[in-house]
Each structure stands twice: as C-alpha cells, then as structure tokens.
Design a protein around this ligand. Structure first.
Ligand SMILES: Nc1ncnc2c1ncn2[C@@H]1O[C@H](COP(=O)(O)OP(=O)(O)OP(=O)(O)O)[C@@H](O)[C@H]1O
Ligand SMILES: [Mg+2]
Length: 322
C-alpha cells in the first residue's frame, strides 16, 4: 500500500520525449522541426486541461538543451497566477530574459503557465520584454483560451491549439500505466474512468491512482465514487420521477443520493444535465428541463441554499406537466 502512495502518477508518467506524447501529432511534428533546427519563435500553447501543453513545453526544453537543462540558466518555468503577485513575476521574467544565455546555447526558454490569467497591462509589459530580449529568450505561453492573450502578443507568437484527447488515446495511456503499476481494473472501470475524465488525461490518471489506493481490483463503482459521480441510472430515476409528477419519490431518491455520495448541488446539476439527453422524452421537453437546470445552477452560484434549490428544481419539473 505505501508503495502506491509515492510520487503522483501524473508526474511519474509524464512523457519525457515528444515521441511519447499521445495525439497532437501535427503539433509534435512542428516541434520536432524546431528542435532539429535549434530555432523556434515565441509560442502559445492553447487548449483544454490535461492534454499535454505543459508536458510538451518541458519536453521541448529537455530535447533542445539535453543535459544543459538548468532552471534559471537555460530555462525557467513560471505560473502567471503565482500568489507572489504579478509584479514579482514581472521582475523575475525580466531578469531572466535580460541575462545572456550561456555561450553554447542559442537562446533560453521561458515557460509561462496560465498566461491567460494575466491582466491586460501585465500582458503589455510582457510583450515589451518579449520584444526587447527576443535574441536571448523565447517564450512559451500556456493558456486555456488564446483569445485571452492580447493581440500584440498573439501576433508575435505562433499559436498551437491542443485538442481534447480521444477516448481511445486515454484508454491506451491508462492501460500502459495499469500494466506498469500491476493493478487490476475491469473493462467497466476503464470505461467509467474515460467517461468521467472527458478528454483530460491528468484527471484520468489521478482518479486511477486514488482508486488504486482504495482497492486492488478496480471497477466502475469505485471509479464513480472517487470521481464524485453517481451511476447514471440513479440520476435518471430522479428526473423520471419528477417528469411523471411523483415529487415525493423524486425527492426521496435525491435525498438518498446526497446522503450516500455527499455531492454538491452544482455537481448534481451537472450530472443531471448530462443525463437529460439520454431520457426518453421529446426534444422540446428536454429543452424545458435544461432551462430549469440552467436557472437553478445560476441561483446556486448566487448563494441560494442547496437543498431548497434542488427541491425547487424537482418541483419545477413536476410543474411542466410533461
Ligand atoms: N498528450 C499527452 N500524452 C501523454 N500524456 C499526457 C498527454 N496529455 C496529458 N498527459 C498526462 O497528463 C498529465 C498532465 O498533462 P499536462 O500537464 O501536459 O497538461 P496541460 O495540458 O498542461 O493541462 P493544464 O491546462 O491543466 O495545465 C501529464 O503528466 C501526463 O501524464
Ligand atoms: Mg499545464
């Protein structure tokens, strides 16, 4: 058991070579060219969580510098939403970019994670540093949405868009970890893991590691519990009772789920939203229910009391008289 508590698997199984990065093949082949030429422009890596952005940035550094990969000397990895504040970050960035690279190195690399969290003025300052010290230092800015990066930076960089990983890519990667860790997981568990991680490999690997500390034989039920998800059947039951006008039964099922799984209201609404599409009702009826879910989710975000809002949700569905 203690053996399984060592290093986080997301770190342990983070690809060390571009060749090990799954999917993103177009990006990989362009990055390979940069490595071969030992030249690269400023880059923006944009895309959803857990798809390999940070991994690719680190691999670039490793493949360009090899054993000369030294923090602060040849490369620097920073997080723009660092609690030290953007002013400190700005100074660090500037100092790093200003200093000449070691003689045998063509340029240094600055990796700036969560760059889309920077305010526009901070980005303007970054742009100036970028421009002034381009010869010394190339930047890789990482973000979820490239449209949150100011245009002058976008136009000085090449944007690479990372796509969500396919179910198959995630499955293959998980399977290889399962073999290396010598754990047991059945097909239903693997499929549940893929379903709850929605294209985010980091999440999938984290859930797998947590599950492995709970059991030596992982199945769907364990994965769903770890992920804070309820079996779809249970969610459908709640919705179907309300649709049939059975408010009391629907409420009892909801109460039971909340007790057993300890879920938050917004989590439940997210799962209901997913299940609405699988209900056997007309499109118009689905639309009506989705509108109600959206309204209740908004009220919860404004601080409404969870249990009252969830009951109101059920009551509103009953009142639709579907
Ligand atoms: N394309 C990929 N190929 C192989 N492993 C991957 C890939 N994407 C993610 N992973 C795995 O998931 C972990 C997280 O990936 P990474 O840090 O690169 O995500 P990210 O895209 O930077 O996400 P975030 O936006 O949340 O920072 C890695 O340690 C690695 O194990
Ligand atoms: Mg990242």
């Amino acid at each position: 058991m203690t053996e399984k508590l060592r290093k986080p698997w997301v770190e342990q199984y983070r690809p060390m070579k571009l060749a090990d990065v799954v999917n993103q093949s177009e990006i990989i082949s362009r990055l390979k060219q940069f490595i071969k030429d030992k030249a690269m422009p400023h880059l923006i890596f944009a895309g959803p969580a857990g798809t390999g952005k940070t991994t690719c940035a680190l691999v670039m550094v490793r493949e360009i510098y090899g054993r000369k990969m030294t923090p602060n000397i040849t490369f620097l990895e920073l997080n723009a939403s660092d609690e030290r504040g953007i002013n400190v970050i700005r100074t660090i960035i500037k100092d790093f970019a200003k200093a000449k690279p070691p003689l045998d190195i063509p340029f240094k690399i600055l990796i700036l994670d969560e760059a889309d969290n920077m305010t526009a003025p901070a980005q303007q300052a970054l742009r100036r540093t970028m421009e002034k010290y381009t010869r010394n230092c190339r930047m890789i800015l990482i973000c979820n949405y490239s449209n949150k990066i100011i245009l002058p930076i976008q136009s000085r960089a090449v944007v690479f868009r990372f796509s969500k990983l396919s179910d198959n890519d995630i499955k293959e990667r998980l399977k290889s970890i399962v073999v290396k860790e010598n754990i047991k997981i059945d097909e239903s568990g693997l499929n549940a893991l893929i379903k709850v991680s929605i294209g985010d490999l980091r999440r999938a690997i984290n859930y797998l590691q947590s599950s492995s500390t709970l059991s030596d034989d992982i199945n769907e039920d364990i994965i769903l519990r770890i992920a804070g998800e309820v079996p779809s059947e249970e969610i459908k039951k709640i919705l179907n009772y309300s649709i049939k006008g059975e408010l009391q039964l629907s409420k009892l099922t909801l109460d039971k789920l909340i007790r057993e799984y300890g879920l938050s209201g917004s989590n439940l609404i997210r799962q209901m939203h997913r299940e609405v599409y699988n209900l056997k009702i007309s499109e118009e009826q689905k639309i009506e229910i989705i509108k109600i879910l959206a309204e209740i989710e908004y009220r919860l975000s404004q601080g409404g009391t969870e249990i009252i809002q969830l009951n109101a949700l059920l009551a509103k569905i009953v009142l639709l008289n579907l």
